[in-house]
Design a protein around this ligand. Structure first.
Ligand SMILES: [Zn+2]
Length: 282
């Protein structure tokens, strides 16, 4: 009889842009995207990340993580969680640390998660931007484009950009197969031209951020497979790529008592890896 010994070891990885997509793909594949704030720009007032990994990455940007590797009887059986991550984006340093609640926070306790995803689909390219004065590609008349078009392969999953309740799931004129989600407070989001819906998502269903609601298609008035995505606040269209998202609650004073020493320790660890002289992991 052998007693399997299960162990978690720390490991360190680093990358710079150029190889970036490889690194990101790797973390996506291992289901660790939670380590990464979901897309957008920096929010200087609270120190949280708001970086769009598809849009804001520049040459010279750097990326480092401490993550766990799982071992069983000295044999590596998989990757664990990212414990801390550092991203140097356009010269600015951003740190994210995993808390015991499984979420990631800046050293000051601000959540890495935003109430909304900047882009609700993994896309090839943005085929049409938000533009109140656009000529419609099919109708050839002046028609405002009140959303963003993300070109992606037919069948690519479309995710709910935030927690909410489905208030529309049906064909809607030129939008084709469409879902509208009502979010907390003043926000709604719309997803159009789907090939099909997630069969578990119906009108009235409560959805979580990141949950698959449907799949890329070209239903309705559309020239090729893409997601047409709209974001509204108080019924008024906003540019989904520019709108400032509300933040998730930061850690409170009591939670910071546990978080701060752990965060300082793992960040010191990260710095020591970067210098090539890792501290003993505990
Ligand atoms: Zn569109």
């Amino acid at each position: 009889v052998t007693v399997a010994s299960f162990l978690k070891k720390q490991s360190y990885a680093t990358a710079c842009s150029g190889k970036w997509h490889l690194g990101l793909g790797w973390s996506l594949k291992n289901g660790r995207t939670a380590a990464w704030p979901d897309r957008a720009k920096t929010e200087p007032h609270n120190g949280g990340w708001d970086i769009d990994f598809a849009l804001d990455i520049r040459q010279q940007d750097q990326f480092a993580v401490i993550y766990e590797e799982k071992y069983l009887d000295d044999k590596k059986i998989g990757e664990g969680d990212i414990l801390a991550a550092q991203f140097v984006n356009q010269g600015k340093v951003f740190n994210a640390i995993r808390h015991t609640d499984g979420n990631y926070y800046s050293p000051k306790g601000y959540s890495m998660r935003k109430a909304f995803l900047r882009s609700p689909v993994d896309f090839f390219r943005i085929s049409s931007k938000y533009n109140p004065n656009r000529k419609h590609p099919v109708l050839k008349t002046s028609r405002p484009h009140r959303g963003v078009d993300y070109a992606a392969a037919r069948g690519t999953p479309i995710k709910a950009s935030g927690d909410g309740k489905v208030i529309w799931r049906a064909t809607k004129g030129g939008y084709g197969r469409t879902i509208i989600i009502q979010h907390a407070g003043i926000y709604t989001t719309l997803y159009a031209h789907m090939s099909k819906y997630n069969s578990k998502v119906k009108k009235g269903t409560r959805v979580k951020q990141g949950q698959v609601i449907g799949y890329i298609g070209t239903s309705g008035l559309s020239t090729g497979p893409h997601l047409h995505y709209e974001f509204r606040a108080n019924g008024v269209h906003k540019n989904p790529l520019k709108v400032k998202f509300p933040n998730v609650q930061p850690l409170n004073k009591q939670q910071m008592k546990d978080f701060k020493p752990a965060a300082n320790s793992v960040l010191a660890q990260l710095e020591s890896y970067k210098l090539g002289t890792p501290l003993a992991a505990n």
